[in-house]
Design a protein around this ligand. Structure first.
Ligand SMILES: Nc1ncnc2c1ncn2[C@@H]1O[C@H](COP(=O)(O)OP(=O)(O)OP(=O)(O)O)[C@@H](O)[C@H]1O
Ligand SMILES: [Mg+2]
Length: 335
């Protein structure tokens, strides 16, 4: 029996929303079994993290955790990647190579984007799950594998089955225990603790003390819809830690797309597939963005230029010059 894990789930995975707490409880319950788990969730919601957590909380924790992304692999590649190959199995196979299933022996394999596995490979995968043996490409020996299988998808796999692109029998094999990770916009109460957690971590990585976070920063983070979920929030925090030189993390330190998602979306030229892109003027676009940002700062500061300059992280004189250049003085007087 492997020794008990040295960590508590809440130390590693951040979340206090009811939905994430339910996920943690579920992880504790399923960790001990060997059943297949299917983790569904939009990009960046933490699928691999949860798969790893299940492994680390399970009796298999002292054996390898092997993640594989099925999205980027072609059919031959995926077969040789998962099951390995013998020398001469195909051009370029110059020596025997074990596949990921063999490398995960005794542990857990995480097959991400499993909905991208081609139909012919789905049959082979099903056979592995039924027989618990693999055969290397070009090999003749059945090699027993003792591996727990966790899979991940961005879309509900049931839909892919309904489209006829995924075998129903394999779906039932994989979906013994389903875990759904909600997008961040459906669990906003997790945003402030994630913000604090990542800022603390990125400042610490730079050898710096944690800094207070202005309430307006938290508000901006709460308003933003986070289409890239936790990964996007993590990246935003990394950028703040790299660029912020203030004692308190202020709005001016927050990446612009987070502050102005609506404006940015509206202003971005939409290039649909198969559609001729229309020319845009960079100068004009930049002027619009600048105009929007400065108007916002002036409004937010009640017309106080020093405060507005602070919000935008520029000198007061710089702001003054730009206000004049853009003809915003009149606008300000009217407001
Ligand atoms: N609840 C969480 N607490 C702390 N960090 C998290 C949490 N959820 C996700 N992360 C972090 O966010 C990043 C993205 O997570 P992960 O790679 O697990 O997402 P994913 O769902 O597998 O994404 P993709 O669909 O793009 O493969 C990682 O750096 C991970 O550590
Ligand atoms: Mg992933």
């Amino acid at each position: 029996m492997a020794p008990a894990p040295q960590f508590s789930i809440e130390d590693v995975v951040i979340g206090r929303s009811a939905r994430m707490r339910a996920v943690f409880d579920f992880v504790r319950v399923v960790a001990d079994s060997d059943s297949s788990v299917l983790v569904t969730g939009e990009t960046g919601t933490g699928k691999e993290m949860i798969a790893n957590l299940i492994h680390e909380s399970s009796p298999r924790r002292q054996k390898p955790f092997v993640p594989v992304s099925c999205a980027i692999l072609t059919e031959t590649l995926i077969e040789s990647e998962l099951f390995g190959h013998e020398r001469g199995a195909f051009t370029g196979a110059v020596k025997d190579r074990p596949g990921r299933f063999e490398l995960a022996q005794g542990g857990t394999i995480f097959l991400d984007d499993v909905d991208d596995v081609p139909m012919t490979m789905q049959v082979k995968l099903l056979r592995v799950l039924q027989n618990r043996t693999i055969e290397r490409l070009g090999g003749t020996r059945a090699i027993p594998v003792d591996v727990r299988v966790i899979t991940g998808t961005k879309r509900p796999l049931k839909e892919v089955v309904a489209e006829g692109r995924f075998r129903e029998d394999l779906f039932y094999r994989l979906n013994v225990i389903p875990i759904n990770l909600p997008p961040l916009r459906e669990r906003r109460e997790d945003v402030p603790i994630l913000l604090e957690h990542f800022l603390r971590r990125f400042f610490a990585e730079r050898g710096e003390e944690p800094r207070p976070i202005a309430p307006a920063v938290q508000q901006a983070f709460l308003r933003y819809p986070w289409p890239g979920n936790v990964r996007e929030l993590e990246n935003a925090c990394e950028r703040i830690a790299q660029t912020c030189t203030c004692e308190t993390v202020r709005l001016g330190c927050v990446p612009i797309n987070v502050l102005f998602h609506r404006h940015v979306e509206e202003q971005s030229p939409v290039v649909e597939a198969h559609q001729e892109p229309t020319a845009i003027s960079l100068e004009e676009r930049l002027r619009e963005v600048e105009l929007n940002l400065i108007s916002w700062a002036l409004k937010a500061s009640g017309g106080n230029k020093s405060r507005a300059a602070e919000l935008l992280n520029v000198k007061r004189s710089t702001l003054g010059d730009r206000v004049k250049k853009l003809g915003l003085e009149k606008l300000q007087a009217r407001d």
